[in-house]
Write a protein that binds this ligand. Structure first.
Ligand SMILES: [Zn+2]
Length: 67
């Protein structure tokens, strides 16, 4: 009476998990690992956006009032 299971290895963390058809994150073990894999580039973009956004917000009003 063994359930038919397929083992997968998460590409992000290498954790072995069971393939579940209702797992939307497959072949990743969790949504988190899926986000990490998809967000490897987005994470850097976010940081750059975040930094430039902060810089702009504090810089633009200052130079605008200066002139
Ligand atoms: Zn994982």
């Amino acid at each position: 009476m063994n359930a038919k299971t397929t083992e997968i290895t998460c590409p992000t963390c290498g954790k072995k998990d069971t393939w579940q058809t209702d797992n939307e994150s497959r072949p990743f073990c969790s949504p988190r690992c899926k986000l990490i894999d998809l967000g490897e580039w987005a994470d850097e973009t976010r940081r750059i956006q975040d930094e430039s956004d902060n810089a702009e917000q504090s810089h633009i009003p200052d130079s605008d009032e200066d002139e």
